[in-house]
Design a protein around this ligand. Structure first.
Ligand code: HEC
Length: 199
């Protein structure tokens, strides 16, 4: 090997390694979203498109944000906490959209109130209902609970094994219309989807 080649080779090797690494990283990104969809559609959705409520999401998943509807007679009265898989939140931060297989859960709990040393406080008690949306980029099901790129389900405490929603069109669509241009999600309430502001 001549002197010139000796000089060039290490650089070439580094470039090749960097290229290989980039390809590997890109590949693992695709593999990751692949596995999110695989995981979701094997665990929470059956072959006919029937959705079930994921268990223990409070511990395992990422909390996106909360809403409080404190008027007792309002349609959505209660404490609302919204969760998704950590991987789905990470992907949203990078790309600004929920990936195939992302699951959004809104848990509504009753409101408790009382005086605390902090002041007059409101806090969440027992779960009442869970609303679930499952991202579907492949129009997998011809089923009234699927539409507009999502699966839609509602579970009631005490009977959480059964989807209590009549259909997407009847139970969910009307109320979600204000968020239609935002992939049907009220992301303004989810600070976790933005990079943290640390000052
Ligand atoms: C009474 C109106 C109303 C109905 C009915 C309704 N939604 Fe929502 N939904 C909202 C609003 C408004 C938000 C965000 C603000 C809040 O929770 O107060 C929301 C939030 C959600 C969230 C959290 C993610 C997001 O989109 O911001 C999920 C999941 C959800 N709804 C699923 C459903 C499903 C599934 C149905 C039908 C079974 C449904 N919703 C029916 C009004 C409604």
């Amino acid at each position: 090997m001549n002197r010139m080649m000796e000089g060039v080779l290490p650089g070439l090797k580094t470039a090749l390694k960097a290229g290989a690494l980039a390809a590997l990283l890109a590949g693992s990104g695709a593999a990751q979203s692949q596995s999110l969809a695989e995981d979701t559609y094997s665990r929470y959705v059956d072959a006919s498109g029937s959705i079930s409520l994921p268990q223990d999401f409070r511990l395992e998943w990422t909390h996106l944000g909360s809403w409080v509807v404190s008027e007792a007679t309002a349609p959505g009265a209660g404490f609302h906490d919204v969760y998704t898989q950590a991987e789905a939140a990470r992907s949203f931060r990078e790309k600004g959209v929920f990936p195939d297989g992302a699951v959004l859960i809104k848990e509504i709990r009753s409101i408790e109130s009382g005086a605390k040393t902090t002041g007059p406080a409101l806090w969440a008690r027992d779960p009442v209902v869970w609303f679930v949306m499952v991202k579907d980029n492949q129009a997998r099901f011809d089923n009234p609970h699927w539409g507009e790129g999502w699966g839609w389900a509602l579970f009631k405490a005490g009977d959480s094994g059964m989807n209590a929603s009549a259909s997407f069109a009847e139970t969910c669509k009307g109320c979600h219309l204000p968020a239609q241009q935002n992939d049907w999600v009220f992301t303004e309430g989810y600070p976790t989807l933005q990079a943290p502001m640390v000052k």
